[in-house]
Design a protein around this ligand. Sequence first.
Ligand code: SAM
Length: 276
Amino acid sequence: MGLWFTEKQTENFGITAKVNRTHHTEQTDFQKLDMVETAEWGNMLLLDDMVMTTEKDEFVYHEMVAHVPLFTHPNPKKVLVVGGGDGGVIREILKHPSVEKAVLVDIDGKVMEYSKKYLPTIAGKLSDPRVEVRVADGFVHIAESKKAYDVIMVDSTEPVGPAVNLFTKGFYAGIANALKDDGLFVAQTDNPWFKSDLIRQVFQDVAEIFPVTRLYTANIPTYPSGLWTFTLGSKIHDPLKVKEERFFDIETKYYTKDLHFASFVLPKFVKDLTDK
Ligand code: SAM
C-alpha cells in the first residue's frame, strides 16, 4: 500500500502523491511544515498540507515569477522577494547580472533551514553574497520601505494564516510606496478554476493603484488545477512592450522570450476575470 499524501484542492477534489519517506515534519510558529520524498516529484515541501514546491516542477513557477518582471524592467538593480523561503525565485534572480542586491523577507526561518537541507538545487543560492535573507513579516517590511526597490516579487503561500494580509489592497498600495518611480511588482494569484473571485479582486485592486496591470499564466502540475496565475503591476514599464534588445540568453527550462509574451494571452474565462 505504502504512504500517499493527498492535498484537497477543494472540498470535493484533490491530488495524491506516493511518498517514499518523510524527511521532516513540525508545527512551526506560523504553519505546519513537512518535507517529504515522493516517488513522482522528488523532494516536496508542504506547508499547512499544501504543496509549495517540488524538485521536478519547481522551475516553472520560479522562472515565471522572476524573469517576466525582471526582463520587463530595463535595468533592475535592487530586488525584493516577499516569502519565497525555498530560495527558488532567488536562484533565478541571480541569473540577471544587473541585480546588485536581492533581499528575501520570509516570516518563517524554518522554511529556509529545511529547504537548504532537503532542496539544495532550489535553495542553494540563498547564501550568495548578493543575497540578504531576513526572517520577518513581509507586510511590515513593505510598510517600512520607501522607494527602495526596482522589482518586488510576492512568492507567498495562499491567502491563509500568515499570508492573509499579502492579498489586500493596503499591501499593494504599500508595494507602490516601496518601489522606485519606475518600479514594478508581481504576485502569485492562485488558480482560475477554484479561486476566480480572488483573482478578480486582486486584479481590480492592483489596477486601481498601478497604471499598467496585467495577468499571465503558467502550467504547474502539482498546484491546484495545474493552471496558475500571476498578477503584475507596473508604474511605467509594460511587459508586452519589452524591446527585442532587452532580452539576453539565460539558462531556463520553461521561460523563453516568446513565452514571455504568450503567457499574457489568456483563455476567455481567465481574461474575463480582468474585465472591469
Ligand atoms: N510558490 C509557493 C506557492 O505559490 O504556493 C510559495 C512558496 S514559498 C515557500 C511561501 C512562503 O511564504 C513560505 O515560506 C511562508 O513562510 C511565506 N510567508 C507566508 N506569509 C508571509 C508573510 N506575511 N511575510 C513573509 N513571508 C510569508
